[in-house]
Design a protein around this ligand. Structure first.
Ligand SMILES: [Zn+2]
Length: 276
């Protein structure tokens, strides 16, 4: 029932209707965006992979106290799953939060989200093919992000790098006085634009982002981005000019590798869990 509230506005629903909508969650009490609806419980296997992926990335030296991995929700492509703000090695299933693609938490329950969750939401919006994302500051990659030296595949395992790894320049969108973090949707969108259709983008003065069509694949890519950076730096230190995979070799090897990611995953999983 709509009752007049005395505001005099022609389309006013009335105070009672407004209160009812607020209680129902249609309008946030603060006047800001309402908490998005949940897609419901995610597949427990997906949650388990996401938790294990966190542990593997630490065990393999891709993340330390910082960095994160997310997965698109299996019940709704407009939702994604990401741990609360914490060290990846310590993540459990209870720490996994749900977000909409603007990176608004569905049900924070007092949990603090990562400042840089906008990386994930913006890329899921821009790339419907992407099912999982890793953001890290893995150390061997940074020199390539900060120089004009291109990170390119040294061998078949890192073929997903293709013939060019784009570098995100935060100054273009954020100006020259940011704290370098992707802390809003505008910066996330700019990063997603730089990534384009690629599997990996570097971030100048920061780190990198890897994307894939599964949690296992994106962990594979994040690990081998770091390994490839080490190998390429070693080749460059020898004074030579590396011969990289060409476009056709990279495409063919990528197709092969996508069927093989389960092999290192099982090894890394066991190793990570034994070391916890
Ligand atoms: Zn970061």
């Amino acid at each position: 029932m709509m009752l007049p509230c005395g505001c005099g506005l022609p389309h006013c629903f009335g105070r009672r209707a407004l209160i009812a909508m607020t209680i129902a969650g249609a309008i946030a009490p603060s006047g800001g965006k309402a908490a998005p609806a949940s897609a419901g419980p995610a597949d427990p296997t997906l949650i388990d992979d996401l938790v294990v992926g966190n542990h593997i990335l630490f065990d393999q030296g891709v993340v330390d106290g910082f960095g994160h991995i997310s997965a698109r929700h299996d019940k709704d492509p407009a939702r994604y799953l990401l741990a609360r703000s914490m060290a990846p090695a310590l993540v459990t299933a209870n720490d996994i939060m749900e977000f909409d693609l603007d990176s608004t938490p569905v049900d924070p329950r007092g949990r603090t989200p990562y400042l840089e969750r906008f990386i994930h939401g913006a890329i899921y919006q821009a790339r419907p093919d992407v099912q999982a994302i890793v953001h890290s500051h893995s150390p061997s990659v940074i020199p390539f992000a900060n120089t004009k030296i291109a990170l390119r595949p040294m061998n078949h395992i890192a073929s997903f790098l293709g013939t060019d790894t784009p570098v995100f320049e935060i100054r273009t969108t954020g100006g020259d006085a940011t704290d370098m973090l992707i802390r809003n949707n505008a910066l996330g969108k700019a990063l997603a634009t730089t990534l384009g259709p690629q599997a990996v983008a570097l971030m100048r003065g920061h780190g990198s982002v890897a994307v894939g069509q599964s949690v296992k694949l994106v962990v594979f890519r994040a690990v081998y981005t770091e390994v490839n950076a080490r190998i390429e730096a070693e080749a460059l230190s020898m004074g030579g000019k590396p011969e990289f995979l060409n476009a056709k070799e990279a495409a063919a090897a990528t197709q092969t590798n996508e069927h093989l990611v389960g092999r290192p995953w099982e090894l890394w999983k066991r190793h990570a869990e034994q070391n916890r």
